[in-house]
Design a protein around this ligand. Structure first.
Ligand SMILES: CC(=O)N[C@@H](CC(=O)O)C(=O)NC[C@H](CC1(C(=O)N[C@@H](Cc2ccc(O)cc2)C(=O)O)CCCC1)C(=O)O
Ligand SMILES: [Zn+2]
Length: 592
């Protein structure tokens, strides 16, 4: 074994420049496929991905020639450990690796081209199904859309997913992990990670139960007690979202105080003639107001910010690092809605992270942990979505109403996006970890999915489900092989970052009113943490921005305190009970 640390450093430099070239080629081929889905582009993408995997595996093998444990330099040792992180490339059987790579491309295609037949029309996911679920208020029509999407992609994906699980588990066990879930959790470098997550969930669960009970009462008033029973889980298609993961689109049905100034960002943007480009410019302007790095000329030249005419694309929003320190892009089929304004900030948060750590070695060009990467844009969006800021950028006219009732309305809108999301984000990888470690087998995947959906979210399917369905496959991240616990982590830590930046900006008063717009101190605090990439364990990055080394739900609970108190009081006064008694995942209240 080579014990010469200087020789190791030379090898690492060679790895770094080769990695930049190979990864850049793979990203370009992936970009070409996702922005123009054709068989030729898919094949080129598969080949470039296999080429990258070959390089990763070769580097992994070569790295084992070094006696890393004998080295002194912590950074050198950490780089070697990152280079061992080769994922699917761990599959030594080339035929199997080819099959797995092809499967991933095929599952992405099935999901991205799925359509729902509606008479003589074909509805596409974005914008047709998204808009119908967000704005529709007809119980049966919503059920048609909800079921139509699941019928369109679920059964086709089911066998593909089962083969993916087998092949991916084989790749990862060759790397020495128990299974894929073990590998994905290892990125958090925290032995108590699962316990920490459960502790965080138990801390926020009471608030979720109050929100769930309140929303159930209001939905019962709107749709009728026969459709929404006050002791049952809630039918899944009534939340304004295909997966019941965020409920902000049904704000109008659950608004605590009517008659107050309605903050409807979507109609404000439409009325003011905003388009996708304006949304992106406004977002960038917020980032640069904090002294953060602006988007590059290449970003504005090469991003795809609206659905193009005349070709199939993967509309699902995403942010891309081409690992050449120059090319960074967003791909998004932007619509002029508040949801998409939020998503623009989210994606630009990824780009900002890419820009801040672009001079790190390739192996460190990632979030301190994956949750950190998801938290950047959302943290800034917490500031942007304040009524004070929306007025400042011209999306609210007239004098701001800032009384307690207006504030509770605002906090309700925020809770429908942030609190409702927590059980969904937590259960997504609970399901996948069980599939990967065998606790869930091929013949009960859908039943176990709905068991977890009911246990954590308190929702049930509006129509009965079976094992020919594959409802998990109807959520992008599952066929796209993208882990999800990162979003649960993000929705906790983004409030820790927000609180820290608010303090740095000198904010006083309730946390939820904080807008750190134009604060270089807030920007400096964030930017310095982002520059680290994954060069240090994430507690070091957490300490750099908040002073603490742990995830904590305290800032989130603090942010929502006025609403939680109001919900508890209102639920008691209305005589509703929190929680749900019924546990019948295969029948639903709608059919009784
Ligand atoms: C090359 C590549 O793939 N890059 C990665 C980024 C990286 O890894 O560097 C990437 O772009 N992933 C796409 C994914 C898209 C979105 C998403 O999927 N969001 C979750 C959860 C959520 C929901 C609301 C919210 O405010 C924040 C999160 C969902 O919609 O369920 C869609 C809407 C927002 C973000 C993303 O950006 O995370
Ligand atoms: Zn993201």
């Amino acid at each position: 074994l080579i014990t010469d640390e200087e020789q190791a450093k030379v090898w690492l430099d060679q790895y770094n420049s080769m990695a930049e070239n190979i990864f850049s080629l793979a990203e370009e081929a992936n970009w070409a496929y996702e922005t123009d889905i054709t068989p030729q582009h898919q094949q080129a993408q598969v080949q470039a991905s296999l080429n990258r995997d070959r390089f990763k595996k070769e580097a992994y093998v070569n790295s084992t020639k070094f006696d890393v444990n004998s080295f002194n330099n912590e950074t050198v040792k950490r780089l070697f450990s990152k280079i061992k992180n080769i994922g699917n490339a761990g599959l030594s059987d080339q035929t199997k690796l080819n099959r797995l790579t092809q499967l991933l491309a095929d599952m992405k295609q099935v999901y991205s081209t799925g359509k729902v037949k509606d008479g003589d029309r074909e509805l596409v996911f974005e914008p047709d199904l998204t808009n119908e679920l967000a704005n529709g208020r007809n119980y049966d029509r919503l059920q048609f859309i909800w079921q139509g999407w699941r019928d369109a992609v679920g059964p086709t994906l089911r066998p593909m997913y089962q083969e993916y699980v087998t092949l991916k588990n084989e790749a990862i066990t060759e790397l020495g992990y128990d299974d894929v879930g073990d590998y994905w959790r290892s990125w958090y470098e925290t032995p108590t990670f699962e316990d920490d997550l459960e502790d965080l969930w138990q801390e926020v669960r009471p608030m979720y139960l109050e929100l769930h009970a309140y929303v159930r009462r209001r939905l019962g008033e709107f749709y009728g007690g026969d459709k929404v029973d006050q002791d049952d889980p809630i039918p899944a298609h009534l939340f304004g979202n295909m997966w019941s993961q965020q409920w902000n689109n049904i704000y109008d049905l659950v608004e605590p105080f009517s008659g107050k100034q309605r903050i409807d960002v979507t109609s404000a943007m439409v009325n003011k003639g905003w388009d996708a480009l304006r949304m992106f410019n406004e977002s960038e302007q917020f980032f640069t107001s904090l002294g953060l790095i602006p988007m590059t000329p290449e970003f504005w030249r090469d991003s795809m910010i609206v659905r193009p005419e005349g070709r199939e694309v993967v509309c699902y929003a995403s942010a891309w690092d081409f690992y050449n320190r120059r090319d960074f892009r967003i791909k998004m089929c932007t619509e002029v809605t508040q949801d998409d304004l939020q998503t623009v900030h989210h994606e630009m948060g990824h780009i900002e992270y890419f820009l801040q750590y672009k001079d790190q070695p390739v192996a460190f060009r990632e979030g301190a942990n994956p949750g950190f990467h998801e938290a950047v844009g959302d943290c800034l969006a917490l500031s942007v979505s304040t009524p004070k800021h929306l007025k400042e950028i011209g999306l609210i006219d007239g004098v701001l109403q800032e009384d307690d009732e207006a504030d509770l309305n605002y906090l309700m809108k925020q809770a429908l996006e942030k609190i409702a999301f927590l059980p969904f984000a937590y259960m997504m990888d609970q399901w996948r970890w069980k599939v990967f470690d065998g606790r869930i087998t091929a013949d009960n995947m859908n039943q176990e999915w709905w068991k977890l959906r009911q246990q954590y979210q308190g929702i049930i399917p509006p129509v009965s489900r079976s094992e020919t369905d594959f409802d998990p496959g109807c959520k992008f991240h599952i066929p796209a092989d993208v882990p999800y616990i990162r979003y649960f982590v993000s929705f906790i830590v983004q409030f820790q970052f927000y609180e820290a930046m608010c303090n740095a900006a000198g904010h006083t008063g309730p946390l939820y009113k904080c807008d750190f717009y134009r604060s270089p101190q807030a920007g400096q605090l964030l930017g310095d943490m982002l520059k680290l990439g994954s060069s240090r364990p994430w507690p070091d990055a957490m300490e750099a921005i908040t002073g603490g080394r742990r995830m904590s739900a305290r800032p989130l609970l603090n942010y929502f305190r006025p609403l939680t108190d109001w919900l508890r009081q209102n639920n008691t006064a209305s005589g509703v009970r929190t929680g749900w008694t019924k546990f019948e995942p295969w029948t639903s209240s709608a059919t009784k």
